[in-house]
Design a protein around this ligand. Structure first.
Ligand code: C2E
Ligand code: CA
Ligand code: CA
Length: 429
């Protein structure tokens, strides 16, 4: 059997209908379905127009056509996507060989067009019938999961495995649970103190979001914050964190604890048209002075849409909010750009602090960042201080404020109050 239909674009249902009769159950013999995604044409289309992208696609189609040997079926399944079914594979390893061959011959292939040259980029996913799936529908689902893995990991090809399915199902479950948790306001905010390194005085806290999922237990913000950004839940989450942390700040103030509150703001939130309004509005509701609120912003967040971000940050700085560059040192911004950032504070990332006493390179970088911040008259906070010696070394370098497990880990509001009482009582002695 040899079919190559690359004119019609089959949707998933039609693809299943087409391959279903070709899947003959045989325990010793597999059929492999491969989905081939041609990435480059999308970018080319955006840069050079549809015509050029179609030209590249037709060159790739011709090459793929050459692959269609005995027992193969090639179908077009989208504008930039093909499905290749290979039957009668006595050894499942032959599917991997086919993937390698396609990558070798078609991926990163130079394409010469009239006035420019480019390189192709393919991503592929593959699965086997009956080894991975017992029906055409399930086989297509497995291949999609494998393709998703290739895209997510930037690999040219991925062979499906059962664990992959479990991981993706877990991720989908986490996504839907996160949405519910945000909507039902069942996340938490914990607080980690920042102190003045020289005097030990309590300067403020950083509000850090916490999520305890009913099914998967504690999930790190390193996982759910990027997910919230990707799924556009981050706006609602941030508004909620702002409200909860400002309310807590006021409650503490009424109890005599008047400290600064720092909230993390992601780039997607800065991009919102009403970003400045939301911050001012929430601060207004709780009647907190802007100087008692720090907004922690990463360099990369501002770089995404620099002009408008800078305008918004300038408005906030003019109203006396404290602006801090978070994860300082991990971005790739130039000094030229750094000069333009309207900030009061830099927060040296914990990855430089952890090892600064043992690693000369890290120590040099911290010293450099401190000097840079000083020459711009900016305050400096170091996060990730895990021992006394590091705290002392930072003091010697002239770092004003510190945060880290050595001082205290993040904790719930109630616990923080008890901690602060104890800490301040000890400080007086
Ligand atoms: P970040 O803004 O860099 O926050 C500091 C992280 O370092 C926190 O991790 C904190 O618990 C941890 N940390 C502080 N001191 C130490 C230390 O001495 N040792 C070690 N090993 N870790 C220390 P966490 O709470 O897991 O938060 C991770 C990231 O998630 C944050 O990094 C921030 O980027 C993001 N995040 C957390 N809450 C929010 C939020 O409400 N909104 C946004 N946009 N991002 C948030
Ligand atoms: Ca932060
Ligand atoms: Ca950091």
């Amino acid at each position: 059997m040899l079919v190559a239909d690359v004119k019609t674009a089959y949707d998933r249902k039609e693809l299943c209908a087409e391959i279903s009769p070709l899947l003959n159950y045989d325990e010793d013999c597999n059929s492999a379905l491969i989905l081939i995604n041609v990435w480059h044409t999308r970018q080319v289309s955006a840069h050079y127009g549809y015509e050029v992208s179609q030209e590249i696609l037709s060159l790739i189609t011709t090459d793929l056509d050459h692959f269609v040997k005995k027992d193969c079926c090639l179908l077009r399944t989208g504008n930039h996507e093909f499905a290749l079914l290979i039957q009668n594979l006595k050894n499942p390893g032959h599917c991997q060989l086919a993937l390698n061959k396609i990558v070798r011959e078609l991926n990163a292939k130079s394409v010469e067009l009239a006035d420019f040259s480019t390189k192709t980029k393919l991503t592929m996913g593959a699965a086997l019938y009956p080894r991975h799936a017992m029906s055409a529908e399930h086989l297509v689902q497995c291949v999609e999961i494998a393709l998703h893995q290739s895209d997510a990991r930037n690999h040219p090809s991925t062979m499906y495995s059962a664990e992959m399915s479990e991981r993706i199902i877990k991720q989908l479950r986490i996504e839907s649970e996160l949405e519910i948790a945000i909507k039902s306001k069942s996340l938490d905010v914990w607080y980690q103190p920042k102190i003045n390194i020289k005097t030990g005085a309590l300067y403020g806290v950083e509000a850090l979001c916490r999520w305890h999922s009913t099914k998967d237990g504690f999930i790190s913000p390193e996982i759910f914050i990027p997910l919230a950004e990707e799924r556009n839940f981050i706006h609602e989450l941030t508004r909620w964190v702002l409200n909860v942390s400002f309310r807590t700040q006021i409650e503490w103030k009424q109890l005599g604890l008047d400290i600064n509150m720092a909230v993390n703001i992601s780039g997607k939130v800065i991009d919102d048209d009403d970003f400045v309004e939301i911050i001012k509005h929430t601060q207004g509701i709780w009647n907190i002075k802007p100087k008692d609120i720090t907004l922690e912003i990463t360099e990369t967040a501002v770089m995404q849409s620099m002009e408008t971000s800078l305008k918004k940050l300038n408005q906030l700085k003019d109203t006396n909010f404290v602006l801090s560059i978070d994860d300082f040192g991990t971005g790739y911004s130039s000094l030229e750009y750094f000069k333009k950032l309207p900030v009061n504070e830099v927060k040296i990332d914990k990855s430089f602090i952890f090892n600064m006493l043992n690693d000369k390179g890290d120590h040099n970088l911290v010293t450099m960042m401190v000097n840079l911040a000083h020459s711009f008259s900016l305050d400096i906070v170091a996060e990730g201080i895990e021992d006394k010696l590091t705290l002392e070394a930072l003091d010697e370098l002239g770092v004003q404020r510190g945060q880290g497990y050595y001082i205290a880990k993040p904790m719930p509001a109630e616990e923080f109050l008890t901690w602060a009482e104890f800490y301040l009582a000890n400080l007086k002695h």
